[in-house]
Design a protein around this ligand. Structure first.
Ligand SMILES: [Ca+2]
Ligand SMILES: [Ca+2]
Length: 494
């Protein structure tokens, strides 16, 4: 494809994407590009992995979906298992090196990846794609395209997928379902449009058990435990009044508490308007939602100070045997809820065929709730909800003071406000170089491209106590950045 930037870029299209394994993460497909390394945790791509670009880890790579940022607003992490169904990706652009002027990210030193959603087709259509494979892999994807309907030629599609497979080692499975929809309204015939898209994805995954190289070489690979007998009759840990039961260390490798549940979704608006012959306006608002945790357990003393609080109580009977002498395994997920709002906007002025001015504004605000609501495990080690005692999900535990028992509860805000301007000029393209070439043998500049780039960023991170709303940590900064790129191409006389 014709790329203007004087940096290494690559684009892969649906022709290649659609030849990969059904349901595969787009990052595995991008792995084919030199300079990009993605290590997939399993062959089917729904259990996560690690990406690096030019040696930078994933937290230094900007990942965007129709331009909206997918890196975690808190730590910039990339979650490769939560990507859009590949049947709905029309292309992915990979840009090595520093950020583009309009990339809405504070972190992209390694490079940027943007993938772009399929546009609803002009003709009505139905696509159904069933897949089966080893490890009991099953996936079904379907998409319905409306084609052009109504007097305005509106188009939309609805798509859904469901995938399930077993881990390739040990007990546990990867379950995922996803729905997507997009409505697209062309305006006139010059490429102007407005579009509204939605995406929702649920993953219910077990973690693979990791081990080191020495263990790998020994051939005695560790896997998660398929069963747990936490406190059944005859286990030796049956809850008994008046005696101490200590569950510390029991069942910590049980597969059903080594989990990574996530619910993620977004709504994306996109638009393009021509303002006269040579000026184009784009405005892309978005909203994203995340609810996720990484599982986990903790052995809690029934007389833990956090359970007693300021009360005169001796503790809380967690295993229900009538005493407060025990140490009981609880499910202790670190829940994160994120609400993220953003707008990307730009005005492009094509002054003439060789000169372009672009100004843009980006706003991106992530509001995070980080909580840790404990819940009980049944006698075989299973939690009643993957989100623990979170309100609306599982059954929480009350402290002696009647408060919800949780290991953390805080709100934080990360916001980015960014203005950018870019001037791009091509010089000498129209120069009558043919005559000069004859007159002066040697290497001659034939075409050049100059880019003047400015970016001003205001980044704010604030951590707020839950409840009282007071900030105890606040980091803010204004980060102006400018760059001038000049490229000179030369042709040998021929
Ligand atoms: Ca007891
Ligand atoms: Ca007890």
């Amino acid at each position: 494809m014709n790329e203007q930037a004087p940096r290494a870029r690559a684009t892969i299209t649906d022709e290649l994407i659609n030849r990969q394994t059904a349901g595969q993460t787009i990052l595995q497909t991008i792995n084919l590009i030199p300079g990009v390394n993605f290590t997939n945790n399993d062959a089917y791509g729904s259990s996560g992995g690690n990406i690096t670009m030019r040696g930078f880890d994933g937290n230094r790579v900007s990942l965007t979906f129709d331009g909206i940022p997918l890196n975690d607003t808190g730590n910039y992490a990339i979650y490769s298992n939560q990507m859009l169904d590949p049947e709905l990706i029309s292309r992915a652009n990979v840009n090595m090196g520093a950020t583009e002027s309009d990339s809405p990210t504070a972190s992209a030193t390694g490079g940027t990846i943007n993938y772009v959603t399929y546009v609803p087709s002009i003709d009505p259509g139905l696509l159904v794609q069933p897949s089966v494979g080893t490890d009991n892999y099953m996936r079904l994807f379907g998409r319905v395209d409306s084609g052009e309907i109504g007097p305005l030629g509106t188009r939309f599609y609805l798509a859904g997928s469901q995938q399930i497979y077993d881990q390739f080692m040990g007990p546990g499975e990867m379950k995922k379902w996803q729905i997507n929809a997009r409505a697209y309204q062309p305006i006139g015939s010059n490429g102007d449009f407005i579009s509204l898209s939605m995406h929702y994805n649920e993953n219910r995954n077990h973690f693979y058990r990791n081990f080191n190289l020495a263990t790998f070489n020994s051939g005695n690979w560790l896997v998660n435990d398929a069963t747990c007998d936490l406190r059944s009759a005859g286990s030796g840990f049956e809850p008994t009044a008046g005696t101490v039961q200590n569950e510390n260390g029991r069942c910590s490798n049980y597969y059903n508490i080594r989990i990574n549940p996530s619910n993620t979704g977004n709504i994306r608006g996109q638009s393009r308007f021509s303002l006269g012959e040579s000026v184009t306006l784009t405005v892309d608002p978005s909203f994203q939602f995340v609810r996720a945790n990484g599982g986990g357990t903790e052995a809690v003393f029934e007389n833990d100070i956090r359970l007693r609080g300021a009360s005169a109580s001796a503790g809380v009977d967690l295993n229900g045997d009538g005493d407060v002498l025990d140490r009981v395994m609880l499910y202790s997920p670190s829940n994160t809820n994120t609400y993220r709002y953003g707008v990307l906007s730009s005005v492009i002025w094509d002054i003439n065929a060789n000169h372009r001015l672009r100004v843009g504004y980006t706003w991106d605000e992530g509001q995070h709730q980080q909580t840790g609501e404990y819940s009980r495990l049944d006698q075989y080690g299973n939690p009643d909800s993957v989100f623990g005692g979170r309100s609306g999900f599982g059954t929480g535990i009350n402290t002696a003071e009647g408060l919800l028992f949780q290991k953390r509860n805080r709100n934080s805000v990360a916001s980015l406000s960014q203005f950018n301007a870019e001037y791009r000029g091509d010089f000498l393209d129209d120069a009558p170089h043919g005559d000069r070439r004859r007159a002066r043998p040697g290497i001659h500049p034939r075409a050049g491209s100059d880019v003047l780039f400015f970016q001003g960023q205001h980044v704010l991170h604030a951590i707020l106590h839950h409840g009282d709303g007071n900030a105890f940590a606040r980091v803010a900064g204004l980060r102006p950045l400018w760059r001038f790129d000049h490229r000179l191409r030369a042709d040998l006389p021929g």
